[in-house]
Ligand binder design. Structure first.
Ligand code: SAM
Length: 346
């Protein structure tokens, strides 16, 4: 059929036009098996049995932004706000270092209370504690000079999901005080500065269609990110979207396979939101497409306050303390947890 031809074209050329992506997503039932098996073959060829882990440290849940979907948005007065001290961050890094982690991801809201000077001091200190480690930042949109400064203090990677490439959709998800242009500007800066750059989307946000998803895939092809993070949207209490339905695990899994076909070597994590909605979804994601998992190294007493959405998984293999359980579960999936930097290589 036409759809089978589209799948073959994607597998061969690693891209499709926007219209073809939209067709493929709309009629994916016909080609799901083929796309999954091809994605699995690519994942295996690129990474063998390896699954890389990253220690995730949620450094602050203060945020100046008011994204309609996000549990830690500025206007959510029910959030008990915290900001880790330098000592707390470094304690998590030492703990992770002792466990063997060689990548740390510092994530947080866009917190004006986290100064550039503070962050650069933290970057320097992490390198002092663990000179081999890669450091990933995920702290929102920063201006060009700031991104350059972080890079010179040893930030290697940066995660910044573009969330949606479609303007109308962007403003269904974000207030007018935010700007799609600035987010895309930051992403092109990151690439130009030589960061291993991660982008991505949530699946199933209100207003998302196969057409907007196709635009996202075309954009990602242009960006050529070294990392891609996607996970289902999950409603969060006390946000404008609290009564919206969660995104589809099935569609997330299909998109992960499409992304693996587009980006054979990209680092693609199985995200906590996928894990929260479905264990089998998470396991399938790892089986077919993902090569990264990000256990949580945030000081345990703050974990429940970094609640981007309801019922966020955080007790089992989501917690870095349970690394041995993670290793066992991954072994069951035929994968070996490797404590390596896991840099992007062409
Ligand atoms: N503030 C930084 C930023 O905007 O890039 C980093 C932290 S932000 C909370 C990390 C990601 O969480 C966002 O890119 C978004 O895709 C995801 N997220 C936020 N709310 C979510 C929800 N309700 N369900 C699923 N993912 C969500």
């Amino acid at each position: 059929s036409d759809i089978k031809q589209l799948a073959d074209e994607l597998i061969k050329t690693r891209r499709l036009s926007g219209e073809k992506f939209e067709q493929l997503l709309t009629h994916r039932d016909v080609v799901k098996k083929e796309i999954q098996q091809s994605a699995k073959a690519v994942t295996t060829k690129s990474f063998h049995r390896t699954l890389y882990v990253r220690g995730l440290i949620e450094i602050s849940n203060y945020c100046r932004n008011n994204c309609f979907y996000c549990g830690i948005r500025r206007d959510n007065d029910y959030v008990s706000r915290y900001r880790l001290t330098k000592d707390e961050i470094l304690k998590s890094v030492r703990l992770g270092t002792d466990m063997g982690f060689k990548t740390f991801v510092l994530q947080g809201g866009e917190d004006p209370g986290l100064s550039d000077a503070f962050l650069m001091d933290v970057l320097d200190s992490i390198h002092h504690i663990n000179p081999e480690a890669a450091i990933t930042l995920s702290i929102g949109e920063k201006d060009t000079a700031t991104l350059e400064a972080y890079k010179s203090h040893g930030a290697d990677r940066f995660l910044l999901r573009h969330e949606t490439k479609n303007r109308d959709h962007y403003y269904q998800l974000h207030p007018e005080t935010m700007s799609l242009e600035n987010r895309l500007r930051a992403l092109s800066d990151l690439k130009a500065l030589g960061y291993q750059t991660g982008s991505g989307i949530m699946v199933g946000t209100p207003g998302q269609t196969y057409a907007t998803l196709a635009e996202d895939l075309v954009y990602l092809h242009e960006l050529q990110p070294e990392m891609v993070g996607i996970g289902p949207f999950i409603p969060a209490k006390h946000t404008p979207f609290e009564n919206e339905p969660a995104g589809s695990v099935e569609l997330t899994l299909f998109l992960l396979c499409v992304l693996r076909l587009m980006f054979p070597k990209a680092n693609i994590p199985a995200t906590t939101s996928l894990n929260t909605l479905s264990k089998t979804g998470r396991d399938d994601a790892i089986t077919y497409a993902c090569n990264v998992y990000m256990p949580n190294l945030t000081p345990p007493r703050h974990r429940k306050d970094y609640a981007l959405y309801d019922d966020k998984a955080c007790f089992k293999i989501e917690a870095a303390e349970n690394l041995d359980d993670l290793k066992a579960i991954m072994k069951g999936l035929g994968r070996e947890v490797v404590m390596d930097r896991g840099d992007f290589h062409v």
